[in-house]
Write a new protein. Structure first.
Length: 275
């Protein structure tokens, strides 16, 4: 019993009022730094080009992890008498407690650290996990938050990357591909349709002129399916861009005398499920 008491006594340093004040001050400074980066860098990113904004936003979780590591390195020696024997004792006790008490939380935190280095998503990326698609607006230690096109904020635990595929539409770049689909009746001038749709995309106000416009055509049991693929200047313009291409594309096809196909609803539903 005395040996155990003596070991615990040697484990901790003498903690007085100055040590407590230093610990509280360090926690306050790190908290202010984390909150400042979470507010200032996203605000600053709004005034930057898309590529620089993505780089700025992706630095927020990295700076948070660095700040927490600095806090741990600063505070732990103030509380504990760090020796090799004490370090092994503390690490063993801490790992057992964490393993039993916060198994799911630990899994999410570890997945968050893996995501920090593998970068399946960054702030500003447009991702899809399961049925949820949206822009990454926050990356915490446990979860990632995305804002959907319906303006809902969805919180997804990092440990979903162990079991679910993560689809990233722009993967850190300043633009992403948008697709507008057209269903055209058979026995019509195919080359003319492709050129007409390309012209529609190239004259859009949302188009990123640095990327190519592509038209992909395929057969279906009822018609010819045309997919107009192009890149907007900003990822946030993707829905306005798809709407613009769809609206002006249908108008251009109608004005050119191209007949649209009538497709059964169940066929369209099956195509969307397979995409």
């Amino acid at each position: 019993m005395e040996d155990r008491t003596e070991r615990l006594t040697k484990l901790f340093n003498d903690i007085d009022g100055w040590v407590i004040a230093e610990i509280l001050l360090s926690i306050l400074l790190v908290w202010i730094f984390i909150k400042a980066t979470q507010k200032i860098l996203p605000w600053l990113g709004e005034f930057l080009p898309a590529n620089l904004r993505t780089l700025t936003l992706s630095s927020v979780p990295v700076l948070r992890v660095v700040a927490l590591v600095v806090l741990i390195i600063w505070v732990v020696p103030l509380i504990f008498n760090i020796t090799l024997q004490n370090f092994v004792f503390i690490a063993g006790a801490f790992s057992v407690a964490v393993g039993f008490a916060v198994k799911d939380l630990a899994s999410s935190v570890i997945a968050g650290l893996v995501a920090l280095f593998e970068k399946p998503y960054r702030l500003g990326d447009w991702i899809k996990i399961g049925d949820d698609y949206g822009e990454v607006v926050a990356i915490g230690m446990r979860a990632v938050k995305i804002r959907t096109p319906e303006d809902n904020v969805v919180t997804i635990a990092h440990d979903r990357i162990w079991t679910d595929n993560v689809s990233n539409a722009n993967d850190g770049f300043g633009t992403l591909m948008c697709v507008a689909t057209f269903y055209v009746a058979r026995n019509q001038p195919l080359h003319e349709i492709s050129q007409l749709l390309k012209t529609v995309a190239r004259t859009s106000a949302y188009l990123n002129l640095d990327r190519d416009v592509i038209v992909v055509m395929e057969n279906s049991p009822f018609c010819m399916v045309y997919k107009l693929k192009a890149y907007p200047f900003e990822p946030r313009n993707q829905f306005a861009f798809i709407t613009d291409m769809t609206e002006r594309g249908n108008t251009a096809l109608h004005d050119a005398g191209i007949v649209a196909a009538t497709i059964p609803e169940d066929f369209i539903s099956r195509r969307r499920q397979n995409q």
